[in-house]
Design a protein around this ligand. Structure first.
Ligand SMILES: [Zn+2]
Length: 380
């Protein structure tokens, strides 16, 4: 809406209540002031507030927004109290798309075919197999994920091994809302007690098995962390640090050596492919290729050549580069002129010094309470 406002798509916003407009007082005032400066009025029908005309509009808006914020806090507390009751009753939240179970009404009922896959994962892990072996086996056997996919990611296997549901328990507060003003969900990393209750559904693994798996997971986690610390898998290779595959994964670097020609070269390959296998390798092994990354591997000399070409194009013609960048950003030649001025290092440094001075002043003003917080954050 604010974007549309900037583009001048409307000049009046009609909203029922202050609580519908923003979640807290500061937001309400900031946004209405911003809109005011753009010449856009907000009308709150329930409270009869017009932000442009009313003389006491802002004062009343402040009061209403504060009341709304308080209401939001109460709601947040009520929701929490309601959650505690459902925790005790073992109510299941979520979509119910869990491998091994079908959600029938409010209950989880075992899905035999899927439960077999879950058992297989636990058994294999307890027998000392890693994610890689489990993944291979599942794909070879044609087991499907909860989403019905034939391709298994390590994370999917990890989630299954960590889900308490499988030993008959329900876990609450994996996520929570840290700030009722923001209303955003966050992962609970121990900020709040997790609540574990006995569920009413049938378990697929025993509690002993589940705890054993958790211990194993923790052990291996610590091991790999130590390994990384000692061996330092952090790559000092520029391209491994910078390259990202179109599928989102990083690249792995492999050394190629031809004995006959006494020739060594390096290739970069999508990390997902080194783990999952390339299309051709999977076809050969009779595995599904659904969702497998198809990005080709690339030799290091090719990357170097391409990089050289790109970097030369940029640095041999700085003016042209700035111009085409300005074109792309749609800021026109005015932007280029400004950019040319800014190229002078001393000018930039002077500007920076000036801005730093202004910031210090602003900070002093805020600390002496001469300006309210919202003005400070805006100016900052
Ligand atoms: Zn890829």
């Amino acid at each position: 809406m604010m974007e549309d406002a900037k583009d001048g798509h409307f000049d009046l916003i009609v909203t029922r209540e202050v609580s519908r407009f923003a979640r807290n007082t500061v937001d309400t005032l900031q946004q209405t002031r911003l809109l005011k400066r753009m010449g856009i009025e907000v009308y709150f029908t329930e409270d009869g507030i017009w932000t442009m005309n009313d003389e006491d509009g802002e004062l009343r808006l402040t009061i209403m927004a504060t009341l709304a914020q308080n209401e939001s806090k109460k709601t947040s507390m009520r929701v929490k109290a309601g959650q505690m009751v459902s925790f005790q009753n073992g109510v299941i939240y979520g979509t119910g798309n869990v491998l091994g179970y079908d959600k029938v009404g409010p209950e989880y009922v075992i899905n035999e075919a899927q439960a077999k896959t879950v058992r297989k994962i636990y058994d294999m892990y307890l027998a000392g197999n890693g994610y890689q072996k489990i993944k291979k086996r599942l794909e070879k056997d044609g087991d499907l994920t909860a989403m019905g996919k034939s391709l298994w990611h390590y994370a999917t296997i990890g989630h299954i091994l960590k889900n308490r549901l499988y030993c008959g328990e329900l876990e609450y507060r994996k996520e929570y809302v840290p700030d009722y003003l923001e209303q955003k969900r966050a992962k609970n990393n121990g900020e709040l007690d997790r609540v574990i209750v006995e569920g009413k559904h049938q378990p697929i693994v025993t509690k002993e098995e589940f705890e054993k798996v958790q211990n194993l997971l923790a052990e291996r986690n610590a091991e790999s962390r130590n390994y990384r610390k000692n061996k330092g898998t952090h790559s000092d290779d520029l391209w491994r640090r910078k390259l990202r595959c179109q599928c989102g994964h990083a690249f792995a670097k492999t050394r190629w050596h031809s004995k006959s020609r006494d020739f060594t070269t390096y290739t970069y390959k999508c990390y997902d492919q080194t783990r999952t296998g390339t299309i051709s390798a999977r076809l050969k092994n009779g595995l599904s290729i659904e969702g497998v990354c198809r990005a080709p591997l690339v030799q290091d000399w090719k990357i170097h050549t391409m990089a050289q070409k790109v970097l030369h194009a940029v640095f041999d013609d700085p003016e042209g580069t700035v111009r085409s960048a300005a074109d792309m950003l749609g800021c026109g030649t005015a932007g280029v002129e400004q950019a040319e001025v800014l190229r002078d290092k001393s000018i930039i440094e002077e500007k920076l010094k000036k801005e730093q001075g202004r910031y210090e002043t602003l900070l002093d003003m805020r600390m002496n309470n001469e300006i309210p917080r919202e003005v400070f954050s805006r100016k900052q």
